[in-house]
Design a protein around this ligand. Structure first.
Ligand code: R5P
Length: 265
């Protein structure tokens, strides 16, 4: 691996081999998502605890301070909306020159395996990898399910992750599943990070799936709504950081959450 791409990956994946990415790209297809109406304000208290942020160029330019931030994973696929016909019909929305100009440490894009637009999204991934590798920029593939959240089971996720890695993604972001998640990771020759999906009911539930995902081989998370839609987002990200970088168990993460929430830490 060449120096540039190794260096960029090292900005994202920390020395312990783990990673905590904070995605705030949701507006690219769903508009001003709850608690992300002002993304700059949402992330300000969370940034110290994130290893990287994932977002579009529009939010990066307008809402993030270029001199006081974290490594950037630039979302470069889009072109659809929640009120449009099909979320899977994405194209590439950012040129390689813009990616370089914005000093992205990596880029991310969605693939929609099994959808009507499977071929289009996979060819987009392959082309993006070709362009970005020329500049030493790693591509993180996102195995997207659109509105079909029930697709989040091991056989399907393993298929998506493996295909994304075969096409050249350096990191794959996928969903956690409680059954056979280790098969998803084992079948994927590049590091896997877990997305959170819609906010779940309890903090402990989040800590448990993050912990279990890490035990089964994921290197970390790319977790958005379950952090910044929490009533206590700083406590949430610190507890998740505890699991990822300090090997906390779910119960310990819960204790840390309570301490930070109570202002005792
Ligand atoms: C959706 O495709 C977005 O790319 C998000 O970055 C991703 O889903 C992770 O965020 P969340 O944990 O809120 O699902």
């Amino acid at each position: 691996m060449e120096w540039g791409i190794r260096n960029r990956l090292a900005q994202l994946i920390q020395k312990d081999g783990r990673a905590l990415f904070l995605p705030i790209d949701h507006g690219y297809f769903q508009g001003p998502t709850r608690k992300l109406e002002k993304p700059g304000e949402t992330i300000k208290p969370l940034l110290p605890y994130a290893d990287a942020i994932m977002l579009t160029r529009g939010v990066l330019r307008n809402c993030v301070d270029p001199v006081d931030t974290k490594p950037v994973i630039l979302r470069v696929s889009g072109g659809t909306s929640v009120v449009g016909e099909d979320l899977a019909n994405e194209g590439l929305i950012t040129s390689i020159m813009e990616i370089v100009r914005l000093n992205a440490s990596a880029v991310s894009m969605s693939v929609f395996v099994g959808s009507k637009y499977e071929h289009q999204s996979l060819i987009n991934l392959a082309r993006l990898v070709d362009e970005c590798e020329d500049y030493g920029i790693p591509v993180m593939a996102v195995t997207a399910v659109g509105r079909e959240l029930e697709k989040r089971e091991a056989r399907y996720l393993a298929l998506c992750c493996r295909i994304a890695a075969e096409l050249g993604a350096r990191v794959v972001k996928t969903y956690y599943c409680s059954e056979d998640f280790h098969k998803v990771v084992e079948g994927c020759p590049v590091p896997v990070v877990i997305a959170g999906g819609p906010k779940v009911d309890s903090e402990l539930e989040v800590f448990e799936f993050v912990y279990d995902g890490i035990q089964r081989g994921a290197i970390g998370v790319n977790l958005g709504r379950n952090v910044w839609q929490s009533e206590y987002p700083v406590a949430m990200i610190r507890a998740i950081r505890g699991i990822i970088h300090e090997n906390c168990k779910p119960k310990e993460a819960q204790d840390l959450f309570q301490q930070v929430k109570a202002g005792k830490d």
